[in-house]
Write a protein that binds this ligand. Structure first.
Ligand code: FES
Length: 137
C-alpha cells in the first residue's frame, strides 16, 4: 500500500504553486461551467468564450493570481440549463446566463462590489455552516 503522506519536497512544491496562484490571499472563488464533456446548459463554444472572457477580465483588473480571486473551469455544475452557469464562493451564489456581458457585471458588482446581481441569481447558499440543520431523506 502506498504511503498516503506527501513527501516534504512535494508538499513544499505544492505550497509554492498554491501561493503563486493566490490561494493564501483569495477572497472569492469563481467556478464556471465550461468545456463540458456533454454540453447541456449551453453549447461548448459559448462556454469557452465565457471562460476566455472571465480569465481575461480578471487579469485586466489585476484580480488574477495574487489579486484575490481564484477561478476554476468546471466541467459541469449540475444545473444544466440556462448556462453558462457559475457559482461564486464564499457566498455560494449561483448564476445563469454567464455570457461576457453578465460576467462583466458579476465581476464589477459582486466580485469587487460585494453585491450579487439579483436578476441573474439562481440560488444563494453559503457553505460555511454545520451540516446538522440539513434535513436528510
Ligand atoms: S452542463 Fe453546464 S451546468 Fe451542467
Amino acid at each position: 500500500m502506498p504511503d498516503s503522506h506527501p513527501a516534504p519536497a512535494t508538499l513544499a512544491s505544492q505550497r509554492r504553486v498554491a501561493a503563486s496562484v493566490g490561494v493564501d490571499v483569495a477572497r472569492r472563488h469563481v467556478f464556471l461551467c465550461c468545456d463540458q464533456t456533454v454540453p447541456k446548459c449551453c453549447d461548448k463554444a459559448r462556454s469557452l468564450e465565457a471562460w476566455a472572457y472571465l480569465k481575461r477580465r480578471l487579469k485586466e483588473l489585476g484580480l488574477s493570481e495574487r489579486g484575490g480571486v481564484l477561478r476554476t473551469k468546471a466541467n459541469c455544475l449540475r444545473v444544466c440549463e440556462g448556462g453558462p452557469v457559475a457559482v461564486i464562493y464564499p457566498e455560494g451564489t449561483w448564476y445563469g446566463g454567464c455570457d461576457p456581458e453578465v460576467l462583466d457585471r458579476i465581476i464589477r458588482e459582486h466580485v469587487i462590489g460585494g453585491r450579487p446581481l439579483a436578476d441573474h441569481v439562481i440560488e444563494q447558499n453559503p457553505l460555511a455552516r454545520p451540516l446538522d440543520d440539513v434535513p436528510r431523506p
